[in-house]
Design a protein around this ligand. Structure first.
Ligand code: PEP
Ligand code: MN
Length: 338
């Protein structure tokens, strides 16, 4: 952090500031120019650095942060990209990985048949919700543990790892028993108890961006998981709420390069929830991969018109196969593979 003093400030103000910095356990780096004095706050201390405490001191003009508040998620202390293992390969590496499956696990047969279909088309992991965060309490809420068991059976048959949502901290031990990746949904991005529990579990976490969250908020949420020593965090752009209603959410394409500059964590895109319509899913998926997404999260349903949730945005297995072929070409055009 850098404290810029007012022009011609008094020696007493500088002295008081330096004493405060040292009192907080940090080192001082003083730079006295002809017109202005700048004081650097450096080093580490258990006392958190509060910008507002320093900016309200006498004769301080402004306070600038030079390191990101999301310390563990930023490149400041982690210069190399994080690669998250998934099904014998690495998310964040050369290959664009695809996680596909239904919005909800609806039956044993449905999830097993879908798992075979998406595997055949080239998916790396299987998604499916057993605990569903629904806007209405009257909508299908998921099959709970039965759904997890059916997913585990689908994994046994296909070898595809399971990505599934966990909605509360109390459910983390149960879901983690079955899941390979714990999904934290958009509505729970700032459920800090849940984030702490996911961090403690040491399981891979797929963290979806909240629908009204800034990227910095997303990274601060990731920080909760990372602060438990769990470095396997995947970020997911799934569209945000705007005034536009032609799509379910507004896909924030710029979030992909922005996140890649802000953090070493891998970034995936979910064009299904971002658009809400299956016919927009492939173009947005292609765009996301062209923009540098490390992976895709896609909803696939055997009979979208009969789906218990999100049928309108679900691809049939046939359309999913087509998408995979086209996305592969985009990936190859930018020197990757899918
Ligand atoms: C989902 O993945 O099915 C889901 C509910 O997503 P989101 O949390 O992004 O709305
Ligand atoms: Mn869904």
């Amino acid at each position: 952090m850098i404290v810029v003093m007012q022009k011609g400030c008094s020696a007493e103000a500088i002295y008081n500031l330096m004493e405060r910095i040292k009192g907080d356990g940090y080192d001082v780096h003083l730079s006295e120019g002809e017109e202005r004095t700048i004081v650097g706050v450096v080093g580490h201390s258990p006392t958190p650095l509060k910008e507002e405490n320093y900016s309200s001191m006498p004769e301080v003009e402004k306070v600038l942060r030079v390191t990101a508040p999301y310390k563990l998620a930023s490149y400041d202390f982690h210069p190399n990209d994080t690669l998250v293992p998934l099904n014998g390969t690495l998310l964040g590496g050369e290959k664009v990985l695809v996680v596909a499956g239904p919005c909800s696990v609806e039956s044993r047969e449905q999830i097993i048949e879908t798992a075979h279909a998406v595997k055949e088309a080239g998916a790396t992991a299987l998604r499916g919700g057993a605990f569903k965060p629904r806007t209405s309490p009257y909508s299908f809420q998921g099959h709970g543990e039965d759904g997890l068991k059916w997913m585990a059976e689908a994994r046994e048959q296909t070898g595809l790892p399971i990505v599934t949502e966990v909605m509360s901290s109390e459910l983390v031990p149960l879901v983690a028993e079955y899941a390979d990746v714990l999904q934290v949904g958009a509505r729970n991005m700032q459920n800090f108890h849940l984030l702490n529990a996911c961090g403690e579990s040491q399981q891979t976490v797929l963290l979806k961006r909240g629908m009204s969250s800034k990227l910095e908020d997303l990274l601060m949420a990731a920080e909760y998981v990372l602060s438990h020593g769990n470095s396997r965090v995947i970020l997911c752009e799934r569209g945000i709420r705007t005034f536009e209603t032609a799509t379910r959410n507004t896909f924030d394409l710029g979030a992909i390069p922005a996140l890649q500059q802000m953090t070493h964590l891998p970034v995936v895109a979910d064009p299904s929830h971002a658009t809400g319509k299956w016919e927009y899913v492939e173009p947005v998926a292609r765009g996301a991969v062209a923009a540098g997404a490390d992976g895709l999260l896609l909803e696939v349903h055997l009979q979208p018109d009969k789906a218990l949730s999100d049928g309108r945005q679900s691809l049939t297995p046939k359309r999913f196969r087509q998408l995979m072929e086209n996305v592969r070409q985009v990936a190859q055009a930018i020197g990757r593979d899918a």
